[in-house]
Design a protein around this ligand. Structure first.
Ligand code: NAD
Length: 417
């Protein structure tokens, strides 16, 4: 079996090959879109709180910058590896093109388990990593944002490190910043809001009433938690939630606000009073209307795809469905709303934050949220119309549309020299 990182990259390459074949583009175009534009691997020597030194490895990969500066999250996870970062950077290129935000795609990662390090140690890791990748980032070059294991505090350290090194404050170098440092209203919940906009649209188009529809959410972090809350607010009955420690099940529906309080106190959904414990794999296989994987890559795969009974899968995470699972689910009639559409709310509001930071101007929450909803809905309509017109899956349609836009940018710019 391949490692999750190599699997993700193989899947990303296969999706691209399918889009190239769909458009009948030449091999040169294929080769150009397959290769990362820049890949930087850095060593991060860390002085631990006990005085010992440990050397970590970090990456920043810019897949494509033909439509604008590179944009993509920074992940702190022990599983980070170069192939995973390459795949995630490529998906960012497609996501930005699909939703028509003026960016290319990038991703960063440090192979570290942040739960095993103190806040002071994480700050040193972040500042050293930022310094090492400094030559290739900047508000007009590459703009990081939070992802797994990172948050607004990490973005504040990155922004400060970059600003100190150039000698003035540059809020536009990262997004997902704290509000008091130029973050945007609505950014922290934007990915989840976007996930729920498309989940509700998908339920509607499948003829399933949202009120009383059943759902499972996997991952209860920045994306999964608010997705669970917004689904609950829309009347969807959340019957199970999973995180990396396990899952909890309540057939009549979980009280999401109480669950949030439990997680704040205990750091996991496990042990939520009144729930039945499940293992994470069992939660994914429950018979529900909607499954939202919002954790990590490859959780729906060749091994479990035939046991997935959800009618609709909305990918909150990046790459949660392997290519093999995609085929199995599609043949079984399960609608899979792909990551590059479903979780694009984050990069849309990151773009709004970048615009606000660069203009030193703040938009109101209503403006942010209504613009987000408009873009998610028009993304949904574009992808579903294209898929229906060509008789292809939503993922194939979304990738084909995105690849077409990036290719057009390449052709218009020409090849230098
Ligand atoms: P996070 O670190 O805030 O939360 C991750 C959650 O997943 C945690 O609840 C963790 O317990 C759970 N988890 C980890 N491994 C798991 C496993 N094997 N099984 C079950 N649960 C597991 O991360 P996040 O920012 O919420 O990101 C989640 C996913 O969404 C990632 O794929 C990320 O790339 C994607 N994403 C995030 C954003 C964003 O704005 N944060 C935007 C777009 C996409």
């Amino acid at each position: 079996m391949q490692s999750p990182g190599s699997q993700a990259l193989a899947d990303a390459h296969a999706q691209l090959a399918e889009a190239i074949a769909f458009h009948e583009y030449d091999e040169g175009t294929h080769a150009m879109l397959k290769a990362s534009r820049r890949e930087l691997t850095v060593s991060i020597p860390l002085r631990r709180d006990d005085g010992t030194v440990e050397v970590l490895t970090g990456y920043r990969i810019q897949h494509n910058i033909s439509r604008g500066p590179a944009k993509g999250g920074l992940r702190f996870s022990p599983d980070v590896n170069v192939d995973e970062v390459r795949a995630l950077a490529m998906w960012m290129t497609w996501k930005c093109a699909l939703l028509d935000v003026p960016y290319g795609g990038a991703k960063g990662g440090v192979a570290i388990d942040p739960r095993r390090y103190s806040s002071a140690e994480l700050e040193r890791v972040t500042r050293r990593y930022t310094t090492e990748i400094l030559p290739i980032i900047g508000p007009q070059r590459d703009i990081p944002a939070p992802d797994i294991g990172t948050d607004e505090r990490v973005m504040a350290w990155m922004m400060d490190t970059y600003s100190v090194s150039v000698g003035h404050t540059v809020p536009g170098v990262v997004t997902g910043k704290p509000l008091s440092l130029g973050g945007s209203l609505g950014r922290s919940s934007a990915t989840s809001r976007g996930v729920v906009h498309v989940a509700l649209a998908a339920l509607e188009s499948a003829g399933i009433e949202a009120v009383g529809a059943t759902a499972v959410v996997q991952g209860f972090g920045k994306v999964g938690r608010d997705a669970a809350r917004f689904l609950h607010q829309a009347g969807v009955r959340l019957v199970a939630v999973a995180d990396q420690y396990g899952a909890v099940h309540v057939a009549t529906g979980l009280d999401v606000e109480l669950l949030c309080r439990h997680v704040d106190e205990h750091g996991t959904v496990v042990g939520f009073p009144g729930s039945t414990p499940l293992n994470g794999a069992e939660a994914l296989e429950l018979d529900v209307d909607l499954l939202v994987p919002a954790a990590v890559e490859g959780v729906l795969n060749g091994e479990n795809a035939r046991r997935i009974r959800a009618r609709i899968v909305v990918e909150g995470a990046n790459g949660p469905t392997t290519r093999e699972a995609d085929h199995i689910l599609s043949e079984a009639g399960v609608v899979v709303v792909p990551d590059i559409l479903a979780n694009a709310g984050g990069v849309i509001v990151s773009y709004f934050e970048w615009v606000q930071s660069n203009q030193s101007f703040r938009w109101g929450l209503d403006e942010v949220e209504s613009r987000l909803e408009e873009r998610m809905r028009s993304g949904w309509t574009a992808v579903t119309d294209f898929a229906a017109h060509h008789g292809i899956t939503l993922r194939a349609a979304a990738t084909a549309l995105a690849v077409q836009r990036v290719t057009e940018a390449h052709r218009l710019r020409g090849l230098y020299p």
